[in-house]
Every structure is written in structure tokens, then in C-alpha cells.
Design a protein around this ligand. Sequence first.
Ligand SMILES: [Zn+2]
Length: 122
Amino acid sequence: MIRAKRIEGKNKVEKKKHPFVKKNDKVIVLVGKEKGKIGTVLKVDGEKGRAIVEKINMVKRHARPGGKRAQGGIIEKEAPIHISNLMLVCNKCAEPSRTGKRILEDGSKARFCKKCGELLDT
Ligand SMILES: [Zn+2]
């Protein structure tokens, strides 16, 4: 299959990716050893499509002794997880749900839960 080459130019309209998750969202992990776990989104990297979720995908890192830390050793830190592995959990119905977009009266866009209809951006 031949793929059309993308032309990079000044007039190219940047297609912005809109990750469906945002900071402070509650999400559930869909795959992997932490499947079913729910955590709060701490950070979203829209370009890479990854998010850091509190207490999810913890990795051990070695910290060097000295410097800012008095002691060296192993610290645990969240590693980014791809957002396709996550699903938003609705605040109202508390269920993992797909979101839709709705345009509000003032013209701003808000996400809503497709299950219960609750707006998620307020
Ligand atoms: Zn809901």
C-alpha cells in the first residue's frame, strides 16, 4: 500500500489531538496488570497520547544519594500510560463511560457522559 506523503508547509493546518482525558479526571485502566484500577489523572501529554495517573503504572527508580535527597534508594513513581488504555469514569454514575461533546449556550465545548448525560466539564 502506498501512503501519501504528508506535505509539511506553512499552510498546513495543525490537527490538534484532543485527548479525552484531562487533569483531575478519574479514569479506569482497561488493560494490563492494573486492569480495573481507578486513579486520578495527574498529567496529560496530548502529543504523545499519554497520561500519568495517580498510583497507576508505578515504576521503581533509583535515586542517587546526596543532592536534594538525603538518602539514596529506590523511589516509586508513576510512569505514563497510553490514554487508549484508559477510560474515563463518570463522577455522577461512577461508571466507566464514553464521552461525547456538547456545545454549551456560551459556545464553549463540554464533555458529557454518554451513559447518564452528566456534563463533565463544569
Ligand atoms: Zn455518567
